[in-house]
Write a protein that binds this ligand. Structure first.
Ligand SMILES: *[C@@H]1O[C@H](CO)[C@@H](O)[C@H](O)[C@H]1NC(C)=O
Ligand SMILES: *[C@@H]1O[C@H](CO)[C@@H](O)[C@H](O)[C@H]1NC(C)=O
Length: 496
C-alpha cells in the first residue's frame, strides 16, 4: 500500500493528502475494529456477551443501541468507570459508633445451619471449582474491592441488582467485609440436592433453598429494586405499604382472602388457587396480574400500597420462592401462607399462628375458607397475627438485610481454607461501573437504593445452636398439623 516512510517520501507531492487520509482512515478503522472486537468479548452484568443459564433457558437479551454505541459503552463502563476518580455516590462522614450493638434477629441463627455442611471440612478451592458448574457468576472480594467472573446471564436485571447489593454492603461497612470467594446462581430453583451431593456438598448462593438442598439462601435482588415490575427498594415499598394499610381500619377491610399475581409461572399451587376464586363459596378473590398491561398503563393497578384493603392476603409460591412474600406480610392483614416448599433467608422467621396462618396446599380452597371463617369468629386474634407479620417485616429493614449479608459472608469466609484471589478473567466492579452499564430505568432504580457508611456496627450474631433450630422446625410442624386437624374436624362435622 506504500505507507512506509520510504515510499511516502518518494511519492509525488500531489498524492500526499490522499495517502495521509487513507492512513488516518485505516488506523481509525483498525481501532474501531479492535474496539468492536474487544467489546464483543467483554461480558457485563447487564448481560452483554453472555448466554442464558443452560439449566434455565430464557430468551436472549436485546440491547437497543447501535453496535458502535454499545461497544463504546461496554469498553467505557467495564474498563474506565472504576478508575475515573469521580465518585457519583456521595460519602458521608462516619460518626462515632456509639450505639451499643444490638443482637441480631432470631432467624439469623439459620446462617450457622446453612453453613453447617462445611463446618468440619471447610471450603476449599476444589469445592468452588465444582460449584462453578452450577453458577452464573462468581464474586471475589479482596481488600474491600469486588471482582466478578461472569459465566452466564440471568433473567432480567437480577444479576445487576444482586451485585449492586454487594457493592453497597462494602460501602456500608467499609473495611469490615472479609476477603471472600463465592459462587452464585440467580435462577429460581435450588440445585444442590442433598442426596446427590452428600459426599461433597457444594457451596452455592442463590435466593432460596429447601431442607433437601445445600443451596445457601441470600437476599434476592428485589430488596434493591426490580425495574421490570416497577418495584422500588424495599424500605420505600414497606413504608408505603404500611401507610396504605393504615388508611382503613380492620373492620372496614373486605372480609375476604385476596391474591393478585401471575399464575403462569409453572406453579401448580397457583393454578390450583384459580379454582378458589369465589367470594361466597371460598371467601377468596383471586386476580390475575398482567405485567404487560400494567406496564402500558403505568402500574397504577399493581401498586402494592393499594392492595391492603382485605382482611386476609394469600401467599402462593411461584416457580420457587416468591419475592411477593415480604409485601404480602407488610399489609398487616392476616397472611394466609400456603405451606411453601421453598425458604428464603427471612421466611425462617415465620411462625404459624404467631405471624401468619398456615394453609394446606392439599386441600386448598376449603383450607382458605377455614382460615377466613376462623378469622371472622376471632377478629381480635386475626388482627393481632396480621400485625405480628407486619412487625416482622418492619424489623427487617435494609439495615438488617445488610447485616444478614455481612454475617453470612463473614461466617462463610471463616470456612475458606485458602486466600481469595480474583481469577485472571474477573473484572473489578464499583458502584460507578454498574450505574454506567445500566439502562436509564435500571439506573433510576439503582440510584434510589444508595446507602451510606453505617453509623453503627452490625448486629451481634448469636452462636450456632442446632438443637434450637431443630426445636423451631418441630414446633412449626406441630402447629401446622394442629391447624390441619382443626380443618379436618370441621369438614367431618359438616359431612356428618
Ligand atoms: C434429589 O435426588 C434424588 C436422587 O436423584 C431424587 O430422588 C430426589 O427427588 C431429589 N430431590 C429433590 C428435592 O429434587
Ligand atoms: C375472579 O373473580 C372475579 C370476580 O368474580 C373476576 O373479576 C376475576 O377476573 C376472577 N379472576 C380470575 C383469575 O379469573
Amino acid at each position: 500500500m506504500g505507507l512506509s516512510p520510504k515510499n511516502t517520501a518518494r511519492a509525488p507531492s500531489y498524492l500526499l493528502p490522499g495517502v495521509s487520509a487513507l492512513a488516518a482512515f485505516s488506523i481509525t478503522a483498525l481501532l474501531l475494529y479492535k474496539v468492536d472486537d474487544f467489546a464483543s468479548q467483554t461480558k457485563t452484568v447487564a448481560g452483554h456477551n453472555l448466554d442464558p443459564t443452560p439449566w434455565h433457558l430464557f430468551p436472549a437479551k436485546t440491547f437497543e443501541q447501535t453496535r458502535q454505541a454499545r461497544a463504546y459503552k461496554i469498553i467505557h463502563c467495564s474498563y474506565l468507570a472504576c478508575h475515573s476518580g469521580t465518585s457519583t455516590i456521595p460519602e458521608q462522614p462516619q460518626a462515632h459508633p456509639s450505639k451499643p450493638t444490638e443482637k441480631c434477629l432470631d432467624f439469623f441463627r439459620w446462617i450457622h445451619h446453612d453453613l453447617e455442611p462445611w463446618a468440619r471440612t471447610g471450603i476449599s478451592l476444589s469445592h468452588l471449582a465444582e460449584a462453578q458448574k452450577f453458577a452464573a457468576f462468581r464474586v471475589v472480594i479482596v481488600a474491600g474491592k469486588l471482582y466478578v467472573d461472569l459465566y452466564y446471564t440471568c433473567v432480567q436485571s437480577r444479576m445487576m441488582f444482586t451485585i449492586w447489593g454487594l457493592l453497597l454492603l462494602l460501602k456500608r461497612y467499609p473495611g469490615k467485609v472479609p476477603d471472600v470467594d463465592m459462587m452464585f446462581d440467580c435462577m429460581d430453583r435450588p440445585r444442590i440436592n442433598v442426596t446427590e451431593h452428600k459426599s461433597m456438598p457444594l457451596p452455592l448462593f442463590r435466593y432460596c433453598t429447601t431442607e433437601d438442598h445445600y443451596d445457601i439462601p441470600f437476599p434476592d435482588w428485589s430488596f434493591w429494586g426490580w425495574p421490570e415490575t416497577n418495584l422500588r427498594p424495599w424500605d420505600e415499598e414497606f413504608r408505603d405499604i404500611k401507610r396504605g394499610s393504615q388508611r382503613i381500619s380492620w373492620s372496614k377491610k373486605w372480609p375476604q382472602a385476596y391474591w393478585k399475581g401471575n399464575p403462569d409461572v409453572q406453579s401448580p399451587v397457583r393454578l390450583e388457587l384459580l379454582k378458589c376464586n369465589h367470594s361466597r363459596m371460598w371467601g377468596a378473590q383471586i386476580m390475575r396480574q398482567d405485567w404487560a398491561e400494567e406496564a402500558r398503563i403505568g402500574y397504577e393497578q399493581s401498586k402494592l400500597s393499594n392492595q391492603c384493603n382485605y382482611q386476609y392476603k394469600i401467599y402462593a409460591e411461584g416457580y420457587a420462592w416468591s419475592v411477593s412474600l415480604k409485601y404480602i406480610l407488610s399489609c398487616g392483614s392476616l397472611a394466609l401462607i400456603i405451606s411453601p416448599d421453598y425458604e428464603d433467608f427471612f421466611s425462617r422467621g415465620l411462625i404459624p399462628k404467631k405471624n401468619y396462618w398456615p394453609v394446606s396446599p392439599n386441600n386448598l380452597c376449603p383450607s382458605i375458607k377455614y382460615a377466613v371463617d376462623w378469622g371472622t369468629k376471632h377478629p381480635f386474634e386475626a388482627k393481632e397475627i396480621g400485625k405480628e407479620g407486619q412487625k416482622l417485616m418492619e424489623s427487617l429493614s435494609m439495615d438488617r438485610v445488610y447485616d444478614y449479608m455481612f454475617h453470612l459472608i463473614r461466617e462463610y469466609s471463616k470456612l475458606q481454607d485458602f486466600k481469595p484471589v480474583p481469577p485472571y478473567s474477573a473484572q473489578e466492579l464499583c458502584p460507578e461501573s454498574l450505574l454506567c452499564i445500566a439502562d436509564i430505568k435500571q439506573r433510576q432504580f439503582l440510584e434510589q437504593s444508595t446507602t451510606f457508611p453505617s453509623q453503627a456496627p452490625p448486629c451481634t450474631l448469636q452462636p450456632s445452636n442446632s438443637n434450637l433450630i431443630k426445636s423451631w422446625i418441630q414446633q412449626k410442624k406441630k402447629i401446622v398439623e394442629d391447624v390441619e386437624d382443626m380443618e379436618k374436624v370441621k369438614t367431618e362435622r359438616r359431612s356428618n
